[in-house]
Each structure stands twice: as structure tokens, then as C-alpha cells.
Design a protein around this ligand. Structure first.
Ligand code: NDP
Ligand code: BG6
Length: 492
């Protein structure tokens, strides 16, 4: 196991939703798993007034996302003792001196010696301000200790703001100190895509344009806005899901084998994928990128509001809650293979999966059999739920002749009952604590992904490309089906 230095985790946005729902529970799980160093503290920072004790009550004892019953009161209490709170306004430059002094006090009391992670779980508009504030009082660097900065998505709003954010951050921190978190990369099954491809000798020889017909990636959510209307309405599905989570999946499917399984080698290969995305023309966008917005509907007896009726959404908003797109990766491996990706809110179910459709045999020996009319092998990598891998292939139906049927070879992660599967935030926070940036996004590749997405955003801004309505609880606009059905295929 890698060594985890003694350290303080400073969480900006400590009174917010992400901290309560994901961050503190993840750190608690690390604590229960024995992964935290001997000398450790969490310091929460936001404007709300809490004493240390009141903050511990909020994020530990009264936090419904911590599985208290399993852990036991003693563990909770010991964990809570390592949590501190400092109220301050990050827009106020003087407040960083207050923070510095507070961290020194906690550091000395706990015997930590200066290693700090600053986790920015605040509105993105504060990222540059906080980085500058930390730098202003010298908290960005230390002589005999390390300093790291974790930034939550979104990393910018478009290409220009992403570049500006990167350059402002790099004026205060080195790239090696920056950890841009994309929680999809912390999911076990997402990491397993890398292993499936490069640890097995049977897949990689087929993993190219000669054998793969098309790649499909779906990230469907049944939920709506979950009280995040204010944020979502200015973001939309393209910024919220495609530019980051879905493109990370694309990169893992499409990348070349890295020289080594380390951060720089893997991130170099992912970067090349983004650089090879074939840029869209305006005409391409009209036909190959479909955007939609959910409409009110009755789903399983429940009346669900339309997107425009949701709290925090502007009247007449054209923000997309659904995107489907077809694109190409112009490189040696993927030339001519279409990639279809789609994501949306208020779809019929929650499922994220990558589907590799292999080409059918070039000669149909059993073509007389109807069941083979469109037969081909399919590999389904299920990211969530029911995490696992499924291979579809044809078998002979017992009896006379050569009738065939498609059957499944199906592996489920939950069959590994003796293996603990860590949550995404748990894994990623531990990686940062140990200085491993492999599963974090690098600045140049976030900019490359933005470059591709920016063309779409600009075309949409011109406002002559429709936002199609779809009833909540359905699989998005029909036009998205046409994207794939026009070529005599269906989404899986
Ligand atoms: P919230 O609005 O719930 O929390 C924002 C936090 O920032 C609050 O703690 C707020 O506390 C603090 N804050 C705001 N202004 C200041 C200020 N001037 N000085 C100090 N603190 C301030 O947001 P979320 O927790 O939902 O999101 C946080 C970040 O994480 C965002 O960037 C979001 O995009 C990202 N994210 C969130 C996800 C989620 O599921 N929630 C998922 C993925 C990313 P106070 O008002 O007390 O100052
Ligand atoms: C977040 C998005 O990054 O990912 C949310 O902001 C989305 O809108 C969420 O719901 C999906 O994550 P998961 O892990 O539930 O697939």
C-alpha cells in the first residue's frame, strides 16, 4: 500500500451539499478502512457561522449520508474529533491570514508538519479567487511540505474561460499540484475498462476499425434537477455531463496503450484522443448533435414537472437536459468508426454503459437463419448500476440444422462478495492524499475537450438549431433515435 503522509484536508464550501453528501462520508469511509494517516485533520471553510462542535454535529452526527449504524458511536466520535471549522468569506483577502493562523494551530496540535490539500467545493466563480488568496499568504507552497489543490467540475464554462481558469490557477500553483476531479474516473468499473482492454490478450487485437463497427456510450439518469436548477440552467447536459464524464469514457475506450500505468503516460494518451476528435462543421452539428429538454409527464402514476417548471430554471429556458451525438476519431485505430454518445435527465432508468459493437462476419454461413439477420458480437461494459461486463455471442440451438441464438456471458461485480468496492470520492481523495494524479484530468486535456464542445455551444447560440421536447420518463427525442436508426441500427 502507498504511504499517506500526515496532512490537513481543507474543504472550501464546507457547509454545502457536496461536502455533506459526498466528501465527509468519503473521508469517514477512508477513516473506517484504516487509510488515513496517524496525524490527520479536516478543516471546513465557508461563510456560515459554526463552532467546531456545531459543524461536527452537522456533517458527522446528523449526516444521513454517513452509515452511522454500521460504524458505531466510538468511531464516529473519534472521527469527529479530527474535524474543525473556520468561518470566513473567501472574497475577503484578509481572511486568508486568519485561515493560515488557524491551520498552523491545528497543525501544531495534531503534529502534522505542513502538508495541506485544499479542496474547492464552492461555486466555480470562486476558484480563481481562492487560489489567489491562498497564494497571497503563501499557503500555495511550503519548504518542507507539499500543497495540493483539488478543483471540482465544471472547469470553466467554455474554451475561453477554461483557458483563463487554467492560466490563473497555474499562476498560483504548479500543474503537479492541481487535481481536477472527475468523479467518473473514481468509479471502479470505469477504471476496469483500462484493465479489461490492456490486461486481456483477447480484446486488444480486435479493438480497432478492422473489427469494431461502432461504439455507443449511454449515461441515462431517471432523476431531474434535484434542487440544482440554478446551476444546471446555466450549464446544460453538454457542459454538465458530456465535456467531462462522457469524454473521459470516450478517452478510455479509444486511447492507445500507455507506456506505463502511471499518471503522465495515461494522461498523455487520453490527450491524444481529444486531439483526434474530428471537428464539427455547423452542418454536422445540425444533423449529428441532437439536444432535447424534458416536458411534464405522468410517470408510473406520478406527475413529473417539465424542465421549465423546475425551481431555479429561467422562464422559456432553452437549456438542454438531453444530448445525443455522433462523431469520429480521426486516427489510425479508429478511422471511420462512428462513436454515438447520449446522456439525459428524466429518462426511464438510471444506466451508464459502454457498448462495443463488433462487425458481423464478412460471410454469412448461417444466413438462412432469421435470428442472424443482424447478428454481431457485442461487449457491454456496465458502469452502473449492476456493474459488470457482458459479452454477447451466438450459440447453436440444440437440434437439427444450424439454428443459432445470441447468449450472454455475464460478469457482475457484486459476485466478488469478499472485495470491498470503494466509492468514487473515497478512491479519488485517497489518491490525492497519496499524490497520485492518474485519475485526475490534466489542464491541457480539459482544454482539448472544451475545444470540441465549444463549436457546438457556439452553433447552438446562433439559435437556429431546435431543442426538441421529450416527455419525462422516455428515452429522449425521436430525432436521437433517427441519428442511429437512419443507418439501420438502434441504440442497444
Ligand atoms: P452548494 O451551493 O451547496 O455549496 C456551496 C458552498 O460554497 C457552500 O458551503 C457555501 O457556504 C460556500 N460559499 C459560497 N460563497 C462563499 C464565499 N464567498 N466564501 C466562502 N464560502 C462560500 O454547492 P455544491 O456543494 O452543490 O457544489 C459545490 C461545487 O461542487 C460546485 O462547483 C459544483 O459544481 C460542484 N459539484 C457538485 C456536485 C453535487 O452533487 N453537489 C456534483 C459535482 C460537482 P456559505 O454560504 O456558508 O458561505
Ligand atoms: C454530476 C452532474 O457531475 O454527475 C450531475 O453534475 C449528475 O448532474 C451526476 O447527476 C451523475 O453522476 P452519477 O455518479 O450519479 O452518474
Amino acid at each position: 500500500m502507498k504511504k499517506t503522509d500526515d496532512q490537513i484536508l481543507v474543504i472550501f464550501g464546507a457547509s454545502g451539499d457536496l461536502t455533506e453528501r459526498k466528501l465527509i462520508p468519503a473521508v469517514f469511509d477512508l477513516y473506517c478502512g484504516g487509510f488515513l494517516p496517524e496525524h490527520f485533520a479536516v478543516t471546513g471553510v465557508s461563510r456560515s457561522e459554526y463552532s467546531d462542535e456545531a459543524y461536527r454535529q452537522k456533517v458527522v452526527f446528523e449526516n444521513e449520508f454517513i452509515l452511522k449504524k454500521e460504524a458505531g458511536e466510538d468511531k464516529l466520535k473519534a472521527f469527529a474529533d479530527a474535524i474543525f471549522y473556520q468561518p470566513l468569506d473567501t472574497k475577503n483577502t484578509d481572511s486568508y491570514n486568519t485561515l493560515k493562523q488557524r491551520l498552523q494551530t491545528i497543525d501544531e496540535a495534531k503534529g502534522i508538519c505542513g502538508n495541506y490539500i485544499f479542496y474547492l467545493a464552492t461555486p466555480p466563480s470562486l476558484y480563481e479567487t481562492i487560489a489567489e488568496g491562498l497564494s497571497h499568504v503563501g499557503l500555495n507552497k511550503a519548504e518542507n511540505a507539499w500543497r495540493r489543490l483539488i478543483i471540482e467540475k465544471p472547469f470553466g464554462y467554455d474554451l475561453e474561460s477554461a483557458k483563463q481558469l487554467n492560466s490563473k490557477l497555474l499562476a498560483c500553483f504548479d500543474e503537479e499540484q492541481l487535481y481536477r476531479i472527475d468523479h467518473y474516473l473514481g468509479k471502479e468499473t470505469v477504471q476496469n475498462m483500462f484493465v479489461t482492454r490492456f490486461a486481456n490478450s483477447i480484446f486488444e487485437p480486435l479493438w480497432n476499425r478492422n473489427y469494431i463497427h461502432r461504439v455507443e456510450i449511454t449515461a441515462a439518469e431517471s432523476v431531474g434537477l434535484e434542487k440544482r436548477g440554478g446551476y444546471y440552467d446555466s450549464a446544460g447536459a453538454l457542459r454538465d455531463m458530456v465535456q467531462n464524464h462522457l469524454f473521459q469514457l470516450v478517452a478510455l475506450v479509444a486511447m492507445e496503450p500507455p507506456v506505463k500505468a502511471d499518471a503522465e503516460s495515461i494522461r498523455n494518451e487520453k490527450m491524444k484522443v481529444f486531439q483526434s476528435l474530428r471537428p464539427y462543421t455547423k452542418e454536422d452539428i445540425k444533423t449529428n448533435v441532437i439536444r432535447g429538454q424534458y416536458l411534464g409527464s405522468k410517470v408510473r402514476g406520478e406527475d413529473l414537472p417539465g424542465y421549465r417548471e423546475e425551481e431555479g430554471v429561467k422562464e422559456g429556458s432553452k437549456t438542454e437536459t438531453y444530448v445525443a451525438m455522433k462523431f469520429f476519431i480521426d486516427n489510425w485505430r479508429w478511422g471511420g468508426v462512428p462513436f454515438y454518445i447520449r446522456t439525459g435527465k428524466r429518462l426511464p432508468t438510471r444506466v451508464t454503459e459502454v457498448v462495443i459493437h463488433f462487425k458481423p462476419n464478412h460471410h454469412h454461413l448461417f444466413a438462412h437463419d432469421k435470428s442472424l439477420s443482424n447478428a454481431h458480437n457485442t461487449l457491454v461494459i456496465r458502469i452502473q448500476p449492476n456493474e459488470g461486463i457482458l459479452l454477447k455471442f451466438d450459440m447453436k440451438i440444440p437440434g437439427a440444422g444450424f439454428r443459432t441464438e445470441t447468449v450472454n456471458m455475464d460478469f457482475h461485480y457484486d459476485e466478488l462478495t469478499d472485495v470491498y468496492v470503494p466509492g468514487a470520492y473515497e478512491r479519488l481523495i485517497l489518491d490525492c492524499m497519496q499524490g497520485d494524479a492518474t485519475l485526475y484530468s490534466r489542464g491541457d486535456s480539459t482544454e482539448s475537450a472544451w475545444q470540441f464542445v465549444d463549436t457546438i455551444l457556439k452553433a447552438w447560440e446562433e439559435d437556429d438549431i431546435p431543442v426538441y421536447g421529450y416527455p419525462a420518463g422516455t428515452w429522449g427525442p425521436e430525432h436521437a433515435d433517427n441519428l442511429i436508426e437512419g443507418e439501420n441500427m438502434t441504440w442497444r
